[in-house]
Design a protein around this ligand. Structure first.
Ligand code: SAM
Length: 309
């Protein structure tokens, strides 16, 4: 083996598994047969889950107790079409918390099958929190495609100044309510309703700098003015622009992808390009939820993350 090959081999990505164990307010109760049964606070839900290729553990009557079932429509899994069926009347939203209610948020059964929280992100929340606290300096974070703001609230609670960008007015309003019930209204969070790409390009022109990035892009999306987001076409350009926004002393970057055709190896190289020239460690792999029975790990997304340690 030549020296060149050796260098190449030693820098190949190795895959990690980031496992969410569940907490008081969240559990992956069971999975199998193309579905998952989860508990969000006091309520249980069944949703389609193409990764659950195995047989479920619990008996049918246990699944039948679920409070809500989301059934996919005629469209493909990708289109997220379908509808909810509820066994009883559920509140339109209810409170949940993470880490002994350090951050609180509303959960709700949305028409797009999601419930306002992606629990598999919990290990990232704990990781970012530690990095921000241990930095012992002012930290600026940019959260793109920030959804209901849980990651933004975790960063703000740890002492960071956060810029949260999402295209949806409704989702931003939801995130602000989460800030209120978390008791973090006095924290410096800028809530920005904008297209992620446009906002980042504007920030580059303004010479803005950030120490941390959270980038959770959907496969497809639209900005407030109909700007089209397609992860396969737009991600490299977005990350290049983010690279120009990186402060001279960056702390971390997290990229997560739910697009099933993107592997963690690809996410790894995408982030390696963005953080090129900065000394740090790059880690990548799959994000998984552990079943309550501990029988299966359910992989939901891939990630790559960079930090100075
Ligand atoms: C968090 S991402 C989705 C990631 C998610 N884990 C999934 O299942 O794909 C969803 C958020 O991205 C936002 N979004 C979609 N297109 C956008 C765009 N062009 N610019 C900014 N935000 C966008 C949506 O409003 C939504 O709140």
């Amino acid at each position: 083996m030549s020296e060149h090959d050796r260098v190449k081999v030693s820098s190949d990505p190795t895959s990690s598994l980031l496992i969410t164990e569940g907490w008081d307010d969240y559990a992956l109760v069971d999975s199998g047969g193309g579905k998952k049964l989860e508990r969000f606070g006091a309520y249980t839900f069944i949703r389609p889950e193409p990764q659950a290729l195995w047989c479920s553990t619990l008996a049918e009557n246990e699944w039948a107790r679920a409070d809500g079932v989301f059934t996919s429509g005629a469209g493909t899994e990708e289109e997220k079409t379908g509808r909810w069926y509820f066994k009883k009347e559920l509140p339109s939203r209810w409170e949940m918390g993470w880490n002994n209610n350090e951050v609180k948020f509303f959960a709700a059964a949305t028409p797009f099958r999601h419930l306002g929280v992606f629990p598999e992100h919990a290990p990232h929340w704990a990781w970012m929190k530690k990095i921000i606290i241990e930095a012992h300096r002012p930290v600026k974070i940019l959260n793109l495609f920030g959804y209901t703001g849980i990651a933004s609230l975790v960063c703000a609670a740890a002492g960071a100044e956060v810029t949260h960008v999402d295209a949806s007015k409704k989702i931003i309003a939801w995130a602000r309510e989460n800030q209120k019930i978390s008791g973090l209204e006095d924290r410096p969070i800028r809530w920005i309703e904008d297209d992620a790409m446009k906002f980042v390009q504007r920030e580059v022109r303004r010479g803005a700098k950030y120490d941390g990035f959270i980038i959770d892009p959907p496969k497809f999306g639209r900005g407030p003015k109909g700007e089209v987001w397609n992860i396969h076409e737009n991600l490299p350009r977005l990350l290049t622009a983010c690279s120009a926004l990186t402060s001279p002393t960056p702390l971390f970057t997290i990229l997560t992808c739910y697009a099933t055709r993107i592997s963690s190896v690809s996410a790894h190289y995408a982030l390696a390009d963005m953080m090129a020239g900065n000394n740090g460690i790059l880690e990548s792999g799959e994000m998984a939820l552990r079943e309550q029975s501990a029988r299966h790990l359910l992989s939901t997304a891939v990630f790559a993350r960079w930090s100075t340690r």
